[in-house]
Design a protein around this ligand. Structure first.
Ligand code: CMC
Length: 436
């Protein structure tokens, strides 16, 4: 953090002493006002529910310019990574700060590949779940459960433990997601195949059976790999902040990532891809393109709770760059599968066009986000809707763990402990039960 020459001065209208607050500059993006000494010097907290104006950390991993619609991982634009790199190269970048050269890539791929299997005992743990449980419920349990199986990598303060936990999590997430899918449809688990690439192996574990191999299709593998890249990190979003806060207590990495999985599940966050596809299917069932006007009217009605899922973002006030790439992938996948006339894709494009021209969406700067098209791609690949968020979790694991490790490695880090403005009852006495 570079100190700025400018200082902020906080003054009070009641005449109490004003206070100078230091300002720091990042390499790009808004400066921050350091309020750490505010309470000690003024006895006052700041109030910022939802963290609308609060930077909770400094980070050198991911940068978003929401007004421009720009997303950089370690300085590289998402468009270039999605076009020129694969997911494991992106993981290397997020974890270690640089894209690998060929030798480093080979070593990294080998390292991750060596950890794709999960402890055999985990399948018995999985069998305790109902078959119709939501995959995110199962994943929250399984990821948390990893800490019970890998005791040799649970010390968050040990850099070697953190490194091996990171590799294990990246390597085992596809296996766990595929296992939870197989369990839900009553098919045997399929072991990983280490002669396949990371993403092709995931699709093999999802779609092969003991009696039939799965023929991987390059376009579909590339599409799935791109979904992983686009979801790999997104700076201090709700689930990443959850992972950081959870990890700040010194808990083990698997427990912290399980907290991230739980947070991601919500429909305002990772659950939006599932919600967006369900919304498109609903509109389709109720009359399709003809009924878009009615649907949009409902979204705009102040008294309704209906939202246009896959639209809007806390940070992007412009087109989400991931949504553009996802729409491009959508074309490729539907073409490769001969589904150019897919009604849901047509519906999504019509909905997007109408929303982008509508004053309600324009004035609020609501644009499609990554989830608007990702569901259509996954559905075309054969992924069931209920698994979409688990796939998001698989991809985001590297971002969570990179952010967690960055925090633990920072000598300035402290346990996260927000304050509050208390508005409840002041101290009062308990009355005997007969007098209450
Ligand atoms: N449909 C209709 N209206 C919306 C939408 C939407 N999708 N999103 C925001 N608005 C309205 C909102 O009602 C508010 O209107 P008003 O000013 O009249 O009260 C205004 O736009 C500002 O919205 P907000 O709720 O204050 O914005 P936020 O930053 O708190 O919420 C959001 C961001 C992503 C939770 C929200 O846009 C949303 O719920 N979108 C749909 C869910 C979704 O697609 N989430 C995925 C996010 S991207 C993937 C990820 O990172 O997880």
């Amino acid at each position: 953090m570079t100190p700025s020459d400018v200082k902020a001065t906080l003054s009070f209208s009641d005449g109490s002493a004003s206070m100078d607050l230091p300002i720091y500059k990042g390499t790009v993006g808004p400066d921050v006002i350091d309020i750490r000494k505010l309470y000690a010097q003024t006895g006052k907290f700041t109030y910022d529910p939802g963290f609308l104006s609060t930077a909770s950390c400094n980070s050198n991993i991911t940068y978003i310019d929401g007004d421009k619609g720009e997303l950089l991982y370690r300085g590289y634009p998402i468009e270039q990574l999605a076009t020129n790199c694969d997911f494991l190269e992106t993981c290397h970048l997020l974890l270690y700060g640089e894209l690998p050269d060929l030798a480093k890539k080979t070593a990294f791929v080998k390292l991750v590949t060596n950890h794709t299997m999960v402890n055999e005992q985990m399948q018995f743990f999985l069998r305790g779940f109902r078959r119709d449980a939501h995959p995110m419920a199962v994943m929250t349990g399984l990821v948390g459960g990893l800490s019970a199986f890998y005791h040799d990598s649970t010390d968050i303060n040990n850099p070697q433990h953190r490194e091996i936990a990171a590799i294990r999590l990246i390597a085992k997430m596809p296996t766990l997601v595929a296992m939870s899918y197989k369990y839900s449809i009553g098919q045997p688990f399929i072991y990983p195949r280490n002669d396949l690439g990371y993403t092709a192996n995931f699709m093999h574990m999802m779609f092969a059976t003991p009696c039939e191999t799965y023929e991987t299709n390059d376009v579909l593998v590339r599409a799935m790999d791109r979904i992983f890249i686009l979801h790999a990190d997104h700076e201090q979003n709700a689930s990443t902040s959850t992972v950081r806060l959870c990890g700040s207590s010194g808990t083990n990495p698997f427990a912290a990532i399980a907290a991230g999985v739980a947070c991601l599940w919500g429909p305002a966050h990772g659950g939006a891809n599932e919600a967006a596809l369900n919304m498109l299917e609903d509109i389709q069932r109720n009359g399709g393109i003809e009924k878009i006007g009615e649907f949009i009217k409902n979204v705009k009605d102040k008294n309704s709770t209906v939202k246009l899922m896959g639209f809007g973002h806390r940070v992007y006030k412009n087109y989400d760059p991931r949504a553009k790439l996802m729409r491009e992938t959508c074309y490729e996948v539907l073409n490769a599968l001969g589904l150019q006339d897919d009604p849901l894709f047509k519906l999504a494009m019509a909905l997007e066009k109408i929303a982008l021209e509508d004053e309600y969406f324009v004035s609020r700067k609501l644009y499609p986000n990554v989830d608007f098209y990702s569901g259509i791609v996954q559905r075309a690949i054969g992924i069931p809707v209920s698994l979409f968020t688990a796939i998001f979790a698989l991809a985001r694991t590297v971002g969570w763990i990179a952010q967690l490790n960055e925090m633990i490695g920072d000598p300035e880090y402290k346990i996260g402990r927000p304050r509050q403005l208390f508005v409840g009852s002041t101290s009062r006495d308990v009355l005997p039960i007969g007098q209450r």
